[in-house]
Design a binder for this molecule. Structure first.
Ligand code: NDP
Length: 400
């Protein structure tokens, strides 16, 4: 029986609000707060329509800690689900510590002026959260998030030792726009234009952006060209599963997407250093975000599926074993449920599940944690109940 404050009213915030509203036995009162109040109000209207639950809304700048603290004190939540942007993570964690509130997010902290994401900044809060008797759950979307739970589940039920992990992420959907990103354009483009990186034999290997790729066969979709990227869960997974000899992340992009991205890069529109335009400083990537479609607006005509999973090789009882666990999610089906597209849905559902497990004390210990550090079983059971059923293949041929 808990009050929850959701921060961020984008595509993911919309899904989290709907899923928390459905979980009436866990979340007794819900507030959705974000920078633009009208977006919160629109979501509240949709939540009422789809679930019959009335949620409260508020305007807040989550980078302004005193303003946030004031809002938290007036509403009195037991936890905050942060689905704003990675830039806000530390500010929201600070506000949680000041007000005695638990914390969950779906993306690790990134400084706004350097395109670099890593857990060090948030892991550094470990002692403060422990001392305060509060918990922070990091990266509880799909990837990061479910991919960590899948890996923990594989370790618990299928392997003595994990050796090779390949996370494979495919969006085979078509939204009908010439170019759009499926989650916040600024964060998405910063991630993809960085150097790629993977873990092998105890060290990180860096590669040029999108320079390694191969076709991967995705269930119910078929072969799609997949590009090796650095993705944040690799950092915590190689730490928490030290037997891994190699860990990589692959994501599909259409040729059309890559061509658009290259052109935008070539003309300087993906840059994050301010430039002078008519006497004012503007950041090219932030300007680009402003002219691209909002990720939350893509759902209406989106057709096709996503497929995200973990392909793992390792050893069980002295024998080599392969294991593949994945979820497919259909854009049109989830649009009917809550006006979402599948990328927002596959992020928002796990965030609401993580929050549910925290509030039920099934996943609750003071400190700062990644999802794979908890018992994966209740999470896996909830995925099946909450709209993201998973499937597994044992000892079948893997892509890698
Ligand atoms: P959107 O851009 O659609 O939404 C972000 C929301 O945060 C907007 O409502 C925005 O407000 C709000 N916001 C931004 N800055 C502030 C601030 N200072 N104070 C209060 N609110 C603010 O993004 P998405 O919904 O697509 O993504 C949300 C998060 O989910 C991102 O961090 C993203 O990286 C993460 N994500 C994680 C995935 C995973 O699998 N783990 C996958 C996909 C996304 P405004 O409308 O005014 O701009």
């Amino acid at each position: 029986m808990s009050k929850v404050l959701i921060i961020g009213a984008g595509g993911v915030g919309n899904v989290v609000a709907h899923k928390c509203a459905w979980a009436k036995d866990v979340f007794t009162e819900i507030m959705l707060a974000s920078r633009t109040l009208s977006k919160c109000d629109q979501i509240a209207q949709d939540v009422l329509h789809f679930t019959g639950v009335k949620i409260q809304t508020a305007k807040v700048d989550a980078d302004n800690v005193p303003e946030l603290v004031k809002l938290i004190k007036s509403f009195g939540p037991k936890m905050i689900i942060n689905v704003a942007l990675p830039y806000q993570d530390l500010h929201i964690m600070d506000a949680c510590l000041e007000t005695g509130v638990h914390y969950l997010d779906t993306a690790n902290y990134e400084p706004i002026d350097v395109a670099k994401f890593e857990y060090s900044w948030q892991w550094a809060y470990q002692d403060k959260f422990k001392k305060a008797g509060l918990m922070a759950l990091l990266g509880c979307g799909f990837d990061p998030g479910v991919t960590g739970v899948f890996t923990a589940y594989a370790q618990k039920h299928h392997f003595d030792e994990l050796h090779y992990l390949d996370i494979v992420d495919c969006n085979a959907g078509d939204h009908g726009k010439s170019f759009a990103t499926n989650f916040n354009p600024e964060i998405n483009i910063r991630e993809i234009t960085q150097k790629g990186k993977y873990w092998e034999n105890g060290q990180w290997i860096e590669i040029d952006p999108l320079s390694i790729h191969q076709a991967v066969d995705y269930p119910h979709i078929g072969a799609k060209e997949s590009y090796l990227l650095y993705h944040e869960e690799l950092e915590s997974l190689v730490k928490n599963f030290p037997t891994l000899k190699r860990a990589r992340f692959w994501m599909t992009f259409s040729q059309n997407y890559i061509t658009h991205l290259r052109v935008l890069e070539n003309v300087g529109l993906t840059g994050i250093k301010p430039i002078k335009y008519q006497g004012i400083d503007i950041v090219p990537l932030q300007f680009l975000k402003a002219v691209l479609p909002e990720p939350s607006s893509l759902g209406e005509n989106y057709q096709g599926q996503t497929s995200i999973g973990c392909q793992i090789k390792g050893v069980k009882d002295g024998n080599d074993k392969t294991y593949f666990v994945y979820n497919n999610c259909d854009h049109a089906v989830v649009y009917k449920e809550c006006k979402a597209q599948a990328i927002a849905y596959t992020t928002g559902v796990p965030a609401s599940i993580g929050a549910t497990l925290m509030m039920r004390n099934e996943w609750m210990k003071p400190g700062v944690y990644n999802v794979e550090e908890f018992n994966p079983d209740p999470f896996m059971a909830e995925l099946n109940k909450k709209g993201l059923p998973w499937h597994e293949q044992v000892n079948e041929k893997l892509a890698f």
